[in-house]
Structure formats: structure tokens, C-alpha cells
Design a protein around this ligand. Sequence first.
Ligand code: ACO
Length: 151
Amino acid sequence: MKIRKLQRDEMPPYDLLLLADPSRELVETYITEGECYVAEDNDDIIGVFVIVPLTKETVEIKNIAVSEDRQGQGIGKKLLQEAIGVSKSNGYDNIEIGTGNSSIGQLALYQKCGFRIAGVIKDFFIQHYDEIIMENGILCKDMIRLRLEIQ
Ligand code: ACO
């Protein structure tokens, strides 16, 4: 597997990006503000992440996803580690990431990679998404914000 930056003239892998974020509108906005990286295996794109600068010191991983048939094989963890490495070498001090209160596996992954819960944006998913999001039998309402200090 090879991880590389997507070039500006390449089509972003929307099928994967929409797995992590069902709002095409939001995805299209942040993909133009940040950098998109893809993981390739035999020329197939099997993973993606998007890093967007928030301030001079802080970036946010806005989107991270692995193809459904390749999930649970350690690829998400490798992508997150690469995102941390890229942000570190670009001189940032902190990385933030946000996910739903119902995203149990994602909350596990981020904390296993060192992120700590830094806050909660109540009702974020109710206010910003038209459709109801249910995961693990839980209604997704709030955004859990996590942060990792990297310098
Ligand atoms: N409880 C405990 N640990 C868990 C759980 C759980 N329910 N689910 C996953 N994990 C752990 C795994 O055990 C593993 O830890 P380990 O290495 O110590 O065993 C770790 O989380 C990650 O496992 P990976 O196999 O690397 O994860 P995967 O390749 O499936 O990628 C991802 C994770 C990106 C979340 C993937 O499942 C995916 O694409 N999901 C759909 C899209 C999505 O929800 N993206 C995130 C949205 S939020 C955002 O984008 C900012």
C-alpha cells in the first residue's frame, strides 16, 4: 500500500469521502481548503484522508475513510499515523478531529492513536445534516472533538 497526496487536477474519491461524511456540500467545501491524501493498492484507491489548516498552529483531519471491503485490517490506523506524520513535518503543533457521539469504533481508533477528548459541540449533526444518522443503535447528535499535541 502506498499513501500519496492527491494532485489538484485529480478527481477526489467521493465514494470514500462520503463514507466518512454524508454531506457532499461540506466535503466539497473542505476539500478545496485542504490537502487530500489517498492510499493505493495495485492502483485502486482504498483509503483517504483530508487535512485542513484551522490556524497557524492547528490542523484538522476533516475526513478519513477506508473502503468497506478493506476495513478492520489496520489501514485506518496507518492513515491516521500518516496524517499525524505529515502534520508534524509541516510544523503544526496540534491536530484536531471530530466525530459523532455514535461513532464508537472511530472514537476507539482516535484514542488508540493518542487523541484526547477536548470538547463537545452539542446538536452539531442535528443542525447541519438533513438526514438522521444512526450508528450502533445510537442517534448521532453531538460532535465529539478530539485533539493531539504533536510537537
Ligand atoms: N471498540 C474498540 N476498538 C475498536 C472498535 C470498537 N468498537 N472499532 C475499531 N476499533 C479499533 C481496532 O481494534 C483498531 O485498533 P488496534 O489496532 O489496536 O486493534 C483500531 O480501532 C483501528 O482499526 P483499523 O483496522 O485500522 O480501522 P479501519 O481500517 O477500519 O479504519 C475507519 C477505520 C477509517 C473509521 C473505517 O472503519 C471507515 O472508513 N469507516 C467509515 C468512514 C468513517 O466513519 N470515517 C470516520 C468519520 S469521522 C472523520 O472522518 C473525521
